[in-house]
Design a protein around this ligand. Sequence first.
Ligand code: UD1
Length: 416
Amino acid sequence: MEKLVINGNKKLSGCLKLHGAKNSVLPILCATVLVKGVCVIHNCPDLTDVDVTVNILKHLGAGVYRYGDTIVVDSRNITSSNILQEYMSELRSSIIFLGALASRTGEACLYLPGGCDIGLRPIDLHLKGLKSLGYNVFTNGYDVCAVKENTVGTEIVLPFPSVGATENIILASVFVKGKTTIINSAKEPEIADLCDFLNKAGAKISGASTHTIEIIGVDSLHSVEHTVIPDRILASTMISACCACKGKIVLEGVNISHLMPTKAVFGEMGCEFGSKDDRITVSVKRRISRVRLIETMAYPGFPTDCQAPVMAALSVAHGTSIVKENIFENRFRHVEQLNHFGADIAVNDRLAIINGVPELHCANAKCTDLRGGAAVVICALAAYGESEITDINHIDRGYEKIENQLTKLGAEIKRV
Ligand code: UD1
């Protein structure tokens, strides 16, 4: 079993180029099944979630080839429209293959994705959206199937701007005759990236980055080349690490506007930013300040995916901070692990109260989930002495060889 060994309490310094966004590359890879041609996708990070998605595409009959950070998907032949339990249980976001596959083949059956380590993750909005388009959607308790019958463009109102439901409905409606309108759609940059990819392939989608997305059905999509946007969650994770350890780091390949929801919070913590083109300099000279209240919200609110890494930084802030998790019901499982390092964090339902301590000590801790795992790493980086972190498979789902990235920023970290 691999683990990370971190010798902490070192100021960070160095330069890191961001890899592509996990939450963009996964839906874009799903979307390749809509294309009866070849998709060349650049800036694909080397993540286990990407590997699983690639394996699903191969299982469906696509030819998939990786050259460095470029993935080439040849979806001219799709020979299956079923996805088995072994794939679906590994990756919850694979549910968005439902819309894409049903759209391409007329019929798709996927093993139902289960709950997950951050609480219940229902798919009712995905299924209602597909039904509204005219897909016949049914489940036998194990599989969920969508069959294209009398599909026609319509207006779909999402009660909550779900990222996955927005993506599934977009993918299911690309070939649906007429106009589909998604009202209260998610505005995350990764949705805009998916729409950009689809439009380059011949789709007619407008309104991405707004709360109303319109899709005019087209007959087919053609071969396309696309570059995935940089990972804004990775950027905020590294800035959190710098806040916890102090120092000065440079992040390259950044889309600064995507960082807007977290930059204000880091600023309140005392972090100084400089920027030029796609590079930002992050400088933390002294112990950071508390943040009165952070509430996670849909974009452009504070991202739930940054909650755990920022909490790790706040564990060494001056004063008491409060974090409220509004998106997922059980996303504080990392707190117990952070407290192993001497952090003083208490949880009450959806609130975490973080009493900043002057310093952390080394500990052995485990990763509870992807972003919670990154938070554990940040505490270990800030702590005196040598810490060991296990269950790092969670981190590998969303951070490409995190030890290499942090080494570039001056951390003493190795995988053993
Ligand atoms: C995506 C991201 C994930 C991020 C999340 C919120 C990917 C691969 N994952 O997940 O990293 O944390 O957005 O920004 O892009 N909900 C329902 N019914 C549904 C769908 C969602 O009730 O049918 C609820 C969920 O339980 C959750 C909330 O809506 O409470 C947000 O979920 P959603 O925006 O759909 O997140 P994901 O697409 O799963």
